[in-house]
Design a protein around this ligand. Structure first.
Ligand code: GCU
Length: 728
């Protein structure tokens, strides 16, 4: 004990206050009793250091142990030796070859056992990267205070491609980014390798994320020009030891823009040759290049349909060029066209379902979680379960384009979980989206999950401390899509703030309720796409006119004097018919559809009776108010979390780990301020939405509901031309 305290006091004062940079890898000192328990379980570390990945694994373990439990003088005395390695790197681990074989290329084994009379703690894997993942897993157990007694863990990812999509432009602007500018400094690459690139890779590897698409889906062809390939190659070199491959978004018309051809027709032999040469060139720069992500024929992007070809023709063109190198194509199904009058929610399905089975084996179709566009709540996308012969990968949005940007505390783990656990009924009950995405439903080995990154050069990485949790939750679910959002949140809180139950419990509760709060104050009861035009900051339920109907709010809510909601049943767009019959029947029946999706599928009279006994109008108002109250409750919860005394008051380095129930004042204050912003904006959403919908319904507010403080025109007049993250 004394030794431990001495170690703590000897720590040099931290040069920076807690600013969130360390993410969930803070490795802050554990409470003394816990640290002492763990110290007795870690002896000497035996680790190979031949390869960069091996060194990364060893260094991470040493860094984690030093931070969490300190450099113990007792280490090595009687405690199990920690042995890291693969059958190739360690003769001791070679004896476990049979056990390891079942774990695939990325799995690992953690095991406390005896070998030749020695007490050992194994971090073993078939490949180096598995050892790295195993190190992170073990450290997570320490960070969250779990017992290591009788440790025996076998893990392997359920999904093959676990990818972040960066919507980063070459000029550093991040489309829908709320965390500063792009992390990639294209200007100083390839020479300068910002240490931050390594920390980015560490953070991703700690979750098992194994791919990164560097550039925006609204792609600039120049990303494929040699000067940018050299820069991307430098990033790939930094990421490689951490098991992360680099991918690029490809602009379909690049043969014209870069190659000077007159066409990008996928069936034109010159176009095919151009792509083949381009791909061969990319692999000269990046030998383990992952492949392309493509947005085609959507929102003005070029694509195969410009030449009368199909999405399959376009995807296969690129797939053929990549195949010999082992590269893949992630072809997006986020496709809708302004000249198609059909309900936008139905267009991707209509476009793709007939192409089932028409794609090359190295193509995976990337489908957004819902049929519109990352709304606070959507039903699952009807393509999941509808293309059994085609691998489909999930696309979630981690950045909160439609959820209040970085300042609103909205934990997305529950959103992801809700989608993944939705039952498509494609092969009867239990055909969850998770089983479509992990390939088990249809027997696909080629599987993937992408998250649109919320990462920028802000010190917090994600624009706020709590947005880190969404990156974290995405990564954990990409590894295992059946994990519980609550458990993931609990791990994140323990690692990011403190494992003390009096910290973890209230913060997890707050996170778990946070997404529903946002749904309530923005788009309750199945409403969607009511944000302001363009930048999507703040309420805009009145948005109408402009270049296209399906970029307006009135298109989606269809409110008038009599009622509100989008009729997607047989009497309306009939988009509901795109679901399996059992699902469609439930959603189409106004008595069975969950109230959370009521106005997504039905146009409903204002005096429709809700489960609460209220009229729809009264319920809508109540939900808006409830959302504001929920944010108020989050503020109260946060205010009750104790903070440690600031550094200057103690006159020495902060030892937050020594007071595990306290959060450092720096992050505490910043989060309190964010919640204040969120409270103000939730109120704004409520008041503006009620003012607008009341102008249509003509109904009085229920008793006790305050009247919005401004007339509707005031809300409509608010302009935010400089809101961050716009698309351009
Ligand atoms: C949304 C978003 C765009 C983005 C698009 C996409 O519409 O607002 O900025 O380009 O999704 O996913 O392609």
């Amino acid at each position: 004990m004394l030794g431990f305290i001495a170690v703590l006091l000897a720590c040099p004062p931290s040069v920076r206050a807690e600013d969130g940079y360390k993410l969930w890898l803070r490795y802050a000192p554990l409470a003394p009793s816990l640290a002492a328990t763990y110290r007795a379980q870690f002896g000497a570390v035996e680790a190979p250091t031949e390869t960069a990945t091996q060194r990364a694994a060893r260094d991470e373990l040493l860094r984690g142990l030093a931070g969490l439990i300190g450099e113990s003088p007792r280490r090595g005395e009687g405690a199990p030796t920690v042995v890291l390695g693969t059958p190739a790197s360690s003769t001791l681990i070679a004896a476990f070859r049979d056990e390891l074989d079942a774990l695939g290329n990325e799995g690992y084994l953690l095991k406390h056992t005896r070998v030749h009379g020695r007490d050992v703690l194994l971090i073993a894997a078939p490949q180096d990267v598995g050892v790295l993942y195993g190190v992170f897993d073990l450290l997570r157990r320490l960070q969250t205070g779990q017992s290591l007694e009788a440790l025996e863990v076998r893990e392997k990812p359920r999904i093959r491609l676990r990818v972040l999509d960066h919507w980063d432009n070459l000029d550093g602007h991040v489309e829908r980014g709320y965390a500063g500018r792009s992390l990639w400094d294209w200007q100083t690459l390839p020479e300068w390798h910002d240490p931050r690139y390594t920390d980015y890779a560490r953070a991703n590897a700690s979750l098992g994320i194994n791919g990164t698409v560097l550039n925006n889906v609204n792609a600039n062809a120049r990303s494929l020009a040699p000067e940018y390939l050299a820069k991307a190659a430098a990033l790939a070199d930094v990421f490689r030891p951490y098991g992360i491959r680099v991918y690029l978004s490809a602009r379909f018309s690049a043969p014209i823009e870069l190659g000077g051809l007159s066409t990008a027709d996928p069936l034109d032999p010159a176009v095919q040759r151009w792509w083949q040469h381009k791909v061969d060139e990319i692999y000269r720069f990046i030998p383990d290049f992952g492949g392309f992500l493509v947005k085609a024929n959507s929102e003005g992007q070029p694509g195969p349909q410009d030449y009368g070809r199909t999405h399959a023709d376009g995807a296969n063109l690129l797939a053929d060029a990549l195949a010999a190198h082992g590269g893949v194509v992630m072809w997006r199904a986020f496709v809708y066209a302004h000249d198609v009058p059909a309900d936008r929610a139905s267009q991707a399905y209509t476009e793709f379902v007939g192409l089932d089975g028409a794609f090359r084996p190295n193509v995976i179709v990337q489908v957004k979680n819902g049929p519109i566009d990352f709304q606070p709540r959507e039903p699952f996308h009807p393509l999941f379960g509808a293309m059994p012969r085609t691998p489909l990968m999930m696309e979630f949005q981690i950045t909160k384009e439609y959820l209040g940007f970085a300042t609103h505390l909205v934990y997305l783990g529950t959103l992801y979980e809700e989608v993944l656990q939705s039952d498509t009924r494609a092969r009867g009950a239990g055909s969850t989206v998770a089983r479509v995405v992990d390939g088990s439903l249809e027997g696909h080995a080629f599987t993937g999950m992408a998250g649109v990154a919320n990462i920028g050069n802000d010190r917090t990485w994600s624009g706020s401390h709590f947005d880190q949790a969404n990156w974290y939750a995405f990564g954990r679910l990409a590894w295992n899509p059946d994990q519980a959002a609550r458990d993931i949140a609990a791990d994140w809180v323990a690692m990011t703030f403190s494992p003390a139950p009096e910290v973890v419990r209230p913060i997890v509760e707050m996170m778990m309720a946070s997404r529903e709060a946002a749904v309530n104050y923005m788009t309750p009861l199945g409403l969607h796409h009511l944000m302001a035009r363009g930048h999507h900051y703040g309420p805009g339920p009145w948005v109408e006119g402009g270049p296209r109907a399906d970029w307006t709010s009135v298109y989606y809510h269809r409110a008038d004097r009599d009622g509100i909601g989008f009729d997607r049943t047989a009497s309306g767009s009939n988009a509901v018919a795109q679901y399996a019959p059992a699902v469609a029947a439930r959603y189409a029946d106004i008595t069975q559809v969950p109230e959370s999706l009521l106005l997504w599928f039905h146009h409903v009279p204002w005096d429709h009776r809700m489960a609460s006994g209220r009229s729809l109008w009264d319920e809508l108002v109540a939900r808006y108010s409830q959302g504001v109250q929920q944010v108020q409750a989050m503020r109260a919860t946060w205010a009750d979390i104790p903070t440690a005394a600031p550094e200057h008051q103690r006159g020495r380095a902060p030892l937050y780990g020594a007071d595990p129930a306290a959060i450092d004042p720096e992050r505490h204050a910043q989060i309190a301020a964010s919640l204040q912003i969120q409270r103000r904006e939730a109120q704004w959403w409520r008041d503006a939405s009620i003012a607008y919908f009341q102008s249509l319904s003509g109904r009085p507010l229920p008793a006790g509901e305050p009247t919005p403080p401004h007339p509707l025109a005031w809300y409509q007049a608010q302009q935010f031309p400089s809101a961050p993250g716009d698309g351009r």
